[in-house]
Design a binder for this molecule. Sequence first.
Ligand code: PAF
Length: 283
Amino acid sequence: MTSKLPDVSSTVHDLRSRVAEWRRAGEAVALVPTMGALHEGHLSLVRLGRSRARRTVTSIFVNPAQFAPTEDFDKYPRTFEDDLAKLATVGCDLVWAPNAKEMYPEGFATRVVPAGSAEGLETDFRPHFFGGVATVCTKLFMQSGADFACFGEKDFQQLCVIQQVVRDLNLPLEILPGATVREADGLAMSSRNRYLAPEQRARAVVIYDVIQRVAAAARAGPHEAALAEGTKALAAAGFGPIDYLTVRDAETLKSWSRVNGRPGRVLAAAWLGKTRLIDNVEV
Ligand code: PAF
C-alpha cells in the first residue's frame, strides 16, 4: 500500500501559515522533534502525537548547536527521502525541515541555558549539548505553536531537561514522553546504531543487560555491588570508556536512595569502539 508523502515546509513563514489553517479548523497539533535518520522509535512518537492531536508535524533538523567540533555532525546520517517514506506510513501531516540559515539566521545570538536536571551525566562529557538542545527545541516549539511535543525516554536526561525548560519558561505546550523502542535483542533503537560494525552490534545489547541487572538489585536492596559488576561486564564486552553507570532520582536526576521511596532511574553511557551508546531503565 502506498501512503501519501507528508508535505514539507522549509520556512518559518510557511510552517506558521499551515499550522494557522489547522488552528482555524479547531485542530490540535503535536510536534515530534528529530534529527532525521528515522527508526521505529521516532515513528512510535508520531503515533503517540496522533493519539492526542489531529495533526502531527515532524521536524528534521541536524542541529549544529548541540554538537562539539570533535563530534559527528558532518557524518551524522542524513536520509531525508527515506525519512519521508517512513513518515508516510504513520500518517504524519507535515515535515518541518529548515536549513541552518532559516534556524540560525545571520546575527542569531540568543541561547537557552538549562541548569537543574541538565547538570551532571551527559553534561560532564558533552558540556555544550543541552544548551544546543534547549535552544533549538524552544525555537521549534515557538515556530510550530504545537500543543504537544513528543520526546523518547531513550534520551532520558534530555526529556527531563525539556520538561524543565517548558515548566521554567511557561511554554504553552505539553510534553508527551514515549517509551523506548528496542530491537528484538533489547538494544535501544538509535540513529547512531548504524555506526556499529556487525560484531560490535552483537555485543551492544550488554549495556541493556547491565542496566536491567542494576535496576533489579536497586529494587531489592543496596545496588553498589551491581554497579561494580556491571562496570566489569561492560568492560569485558569491549565497552570503554564507560562515561557513567549510575542510579539517579527519576525526576531531579540527583542522587537516589531506595530508602526515601522516590522513583529511581538507572542510566548508562559508554563507548563501543567509536560509537557512544546511552540507555536507561526505571528502577
Ligand atoms: O533527540 C534528538 O534527536 C535531538 O536532540 C532533538 C530533540 C531533535 C533536538 O535537536
